[in-house]
Design a protein around this ligand. Structure first.
Ligand code: NAG
Ligand code: NAG
Ligand code: ZN
Length: 400
């Protein structure tokens, strides 16, 4: 960061601090986005954010976006994912391209309307960051590059990223999927303008406990599902505190008891109880961590059975191990993140990058917003990322 500031200052003040210029800048000083391009960017972003598109309700924003892309000379194909839910795949002269640029058009609930504060240049609303900031910046970035890259670029905007990625799964198994597969895929999610070198894996599961109801004055006549659940959660806390895999790159595996429910009233022995739990894997595989969880709960499971109750573990999906992502482009800062993405759901052998404007820390909040200059910078950065990544692929081909 310091080097970067110095290099910009050196440009501004010329000879006054010429010595600073001798140091290698971290990133080349960016050209500024032309006014017309910036206006188009803000227009596109505003239209996308204004259209409510909470997962399952992506239809309207998808239709609008398809029309916008067609107007800008893209061929647009819809891929149906489920009823009234479509992925958008867009391309220029050819359908199979070296580079695929992708993000998602669904958002988390609830909807917050779009706003633009002209005093602070802050733009907010649901999806302004996650991930319509990426969608808008990607489209504007790619538009100007098409001629230079012989239209060897395509765009994919999927539904359903926020609730398990059914859109990207559908694209991966699309029988009409463009082939040969893309060599470079650039994913857009809020990364604070940095390149992400990887993210943690994921394993989601629920505990379901069945007991036997009774009057709380005579608890020995029942089996408390709540007691059993509390005991099970205790075992998982112990496991979390000392037994889960970790790595230098991603830190500790974390486990969140996101939702715990049980029983009906203080004077009734609880008949049922359950917990929804998310594990973020810093190392290991879903399989190895499932084994650890089953083992940690073995005693409680056996005890429940003996008492006439039941403890069942439901794995909500297969889960995935930590996801390593390419971040070998000069001039970008890099980091790892703890949230999940569609990245592991796109099958195939390709270089993959993850970059986007705005911070994940505001992404799902009621104050989701970003600065206008972050959006503009993202356009410049996507361009640079695409150019550098495609140079690397072509170099690789020449060497072969
Ligand atoms: C813009 O932001 C400033 C500073 O936070 C605030 O005082 C002002 O009320 C905002 N303007 C609008 C129109 O929301
Ligand atoms: C990881 O867990 C260990 C042991 O519980 C703890 O001492 C350490 O501070 C944790 N590291 C991070 C980065 O949270
Ligand atoms: Zn997202």
């Amino acid at each position: 960061m310091i080097l970067q500031r110095l290099s910009l200052l050196a440009l501004t003040f010329g000879a006054a601090i010429a010595s600073a210029r001798d140091q290698a800048p971290l990133r080349p000083p960016s050209p500024v986005l032309p006014d017309a391009t910036s206006r188009e960017l803000l227009y596109l972003h505003r239209k996308l954010v204004s259209a409510e598109s909470i997962t399952e309700n992506e239809y309207d924003v998808g239709q609008w976006l398809a029309a916008y892309l067609k107007l800008n000379d893209w061929t647009v194909e819809f891929q149906q994912v489920s009823e009234k839910r479509y992925n958008l795949y867009a391309y220029g002269k050819k359908r199979s391209t070296t580079i695929l640029v992708s993000s998602h058009i669904d958002t988390v609930p609830p909807f917050w309307p779009y706003y633009y504060n002209a005093t602070t240049d802050v733009i907010g609303g649901r999806g302004s960051v996650d991930a319509k900031g990426s969608v808008a910046a990607q489209i504007i970035a790619v538009q100007a590059l098409r001629e230079h890259l012989y239209d060897d670029l395509s765009l994919l905007f999927v539904v359903g990223e926020e609730t398990g990625g059914d859109g990207m799964r559908a694209f991966s198994s699309w029988s009409d999927r463009p082939s040969p597969q893309h060599e470079i895929v650039i994913f857009g999610e809020p990364t604070e303008g940095k390149l992400v070198c990887g993210h943690k894996g994921m394993l989601g599961f629920s505990l379901h406990v069945k007991g036997k109801a009774a009057h709380s004055g005579y608890p020995w006549l029942g089996v408390s599902a709540n007691d059993l659940l509390v005991e099970a959660l205790g075992k998982l806390l112990d496991l979390r505190d000392k037994g889960l895999p970790w790595s230098e790159k991603y830190g500790n595996t974390t486990m969140n008891f996101g939702k715990v429910t049980g029983g009906v009233a203080a004077n009734v022995v609880a008949e049922t109880a359950s917990a929804n739990i998310a594990v973020r894997l810093a190392a290991g595989t879903p399989k190895s961590v499932r084994r650890l969880i089953v083992d940690a709960l073995a005693g409680v499971t056996a005890g429940a059975k003996e008492a006439g109750g039941e403890l069942e573990i439901e794995w909500r999906s297969e889960g995935y191990e930590p996801v390593n992502i390419d971040c070998d482009i000069d001039g970008f800062e890099s980091m790892t993140v703890n949230y999940g993405t569609d990245v592991p759901l796109l099958t195939g052998d390709h270089k993959r990058y993850l970059y986007g404007p705005g911070s994940i820390f505001v992404a799902h909040s009621d104050h989701e917003a970003l600065e206008r200059k972050e959006l503009e910078q993202a356009v410049l950065d996507y361009r640079r990322l695409i150019i550098e990544a495609s140079k690397m692929v072509h170099q690789g081909q020449e060497e072969l």
